[in-house]
Design a protein around this ligand. Sequence first.
Ligand code: ADP
Ligand code: MG
Length: 354
Amino acid sequence: MTFVELNKLTKRYGAMTAVNGVDLAIEKGTLVCLLGPSGCGKTTTLRLVAGFIKPSDGQIRVGGRVMSSASGSEPPEARNMSMIFQSYALWPHMTVAENVAYGLKLRKLGKAEIETRTNRILQATKLANLAARYPSELSGGQQQRVSLARALVVEPETLLLDEPLSNLDANLREEMRFEIRRLHDEFRYTTVYVTHDQTEAMTAANLIVVMKQGNIEQAGSPEDIYERPRSEFVAQFIGGSNIFRGKRVGDRSVDCGGLILDCGSGEFEGNDEVAVSVRHHDMHLTAEKPAGDPNNWATGKVARQVYLGSHRDYLISLPSGETVRAIAPVSVAIPENQQVWLHCPPDRCRALVH
Ligand code: ADP
Ligand code: MG
């Protein structure tokens, strides 16, 4: 059942269109990530959903009720939503327990109920033993937990998160990604999670919505987005891909300046100009000239090779002057400046929409 629905949602600031006619249906109880580079309109979309800003055009419905439209908007407090910002904005003069209980006090609940609900959420967010501390006595990760606890204690139907982990160091970020997903599964609210980090999105989301310049570029499950990108933008932004541009020469073949790529998947759309993506780790490197079918084989020189423990990261210069990247097992050790051959397996070559 669709719970949060965006119809032609648009926000303009003067001549600048921050969100450009976005259509999106979010099922109740799912976790949706808005993913995209800085400036693509993620925060603006989230603030529109929260009701902090009004749309220039289009509508937002929640549970079938119109919450925002160009003609009027329900205030944030009437939406049963909680939003968590990049900065945790905790009250410095209140303990953890007081910070968490604050939203319930505002709602004028009874003392016993405030205590029960606060304790329950402190347990769920693993903060019970820190209840009497002040924010200045907590680590960044613990402060982030308090801001989560404070958002969840009011039992919102919808939780909105704007880059919630960007102030944490790498290890904590990884732990908190799983934590956010766990809490989501425990409390079953509908979550909209904004991030520019693809690993965060892939760990947490049921549905990833990739945004570019105020538009939705592609929406799908993490596997859809990774395995079946539709455009160059998605193929490069998620997971990293080499892009070869060329002309269609056969049913599923593309001539990229003499390199013929037979493509196992993708969309040709009757277009003669085609881009083909191949993931960095799907390029197979060898130091010996291959025999047999020359299709899907490129040659070049090793421009850079870095040993990274679990793999080697290569940059290869092609005769065309282009550079491609390849991730190879540690056992494939070819020195810089040496000629190499690169295989792009047809089932890993994907034709993209321009
Ligand atoms: P993101 O969160 O994806 O980084 P934002 O939604 O914050 O992007 O911004 C989208 C675009 O809208 C950006 O180009 C930004 O500069 C512009 N923008 C956002 N808020 C305003 C504002 N209040 N006034 C003018 N332009 C804005
Ligand atoms: Mg933002």
